[in-house]
Design a protein around this ligand. Structure first.
Ligand SMILES: [Zn+2]
Length: 211
């Protein structure tokens, strides 16, 4: 599987494009914010001859869903997310105004996913893992065969997501990271919602929230 990363919006969110040998691709947290960024994503997809078939959200904070309307209008794709994120999705446009940003109301999701559910694109399977605590319905997406996990804003290189926003809870976040992420093989590569990639082993050993 190829993993492409684009960093979008004034909030610098990581958007991941996962493509396997079938040419189908999944997009995790489509954060493209304006026309220039829509074109950047479109260009990557067309230059690699990819067919977007799956849109996923780790959670529905505004920066992670800026591009969801574009994905619907350009590729006829709606997102899959945890039902507990519906409040964040519905409040996103209003929340954007607090940041001095504008966005239309994000489209209705295609459906809801939960812990341990398998989601497929091409020949690739991703498993949803519960990691609430940054938000009430945060999910990570794990590919066992590719040895990687997409953790949204739950776990970062050297840090964890903030827990002071609605639905956040510090103890919940810590225990979910320990139970559902630190139980993965130590060499698993962690792709976060912001910043650089890391590994499960490195975070278990050196993340200040756990050492
Ligand atoms: Zn967030």
């Amino acid at each position: 599987m190829e993993i492409y990363k684009l960093v979008f919006s004034p909030i610098d969110v990581n958007t991941y494009i996962l493509a396997d040998q079938t040419g189908e691709c999944a997009i995790i947290d489509c954060g493209c914010y304006d026309r220039e960024e829509f074109q950047q994503l479109e260009k990557l997809i067309s230059s690699k001859n990819l067919k977007p078939v799956l849109l996923l959200n780790t959670h529905c904070h505004l920066d992670h869903i800026f591009g969801n309307r574009f994905m619907l209008e350009r590729y006829n794709l709606r997102t899959l997310s945890n039902e507990l994120e519906e409040g964040n999705r519905k409040n996103a446009a209003q929340h954007a105004m607090l940041f001095g940003l504008t966005m239309e109301n994000p489209p209705e999701p295609a459906g809801f996913i939960k812990h341990n559910q398998i989601i497929k694109f091409g020949n690739t399977e991703l498993k949803a893992l519960d990691v609430p605590g940054h938000t009430a319905g945060s999910l990570a997406f794990y590919s066992e065969i590719n040895g990687c996990v997409f953790t949204g804003d739950a776990l970062f290189a050297g840090s964890i997501g903030r827990t002071d926003l609605p639905g956040g809870n510090y103890e919940t976040l810590i225990s979910n990271i320990k139970n559902n992420l630190f139980s993965l093989p130590p060499e698993t590569v962690v792709y976060s919602g912001h910043g650089n990639e890391t590994t499960i082993e490195r975070e278990m050993k050196s993340n200040p929230f756990f050492s």
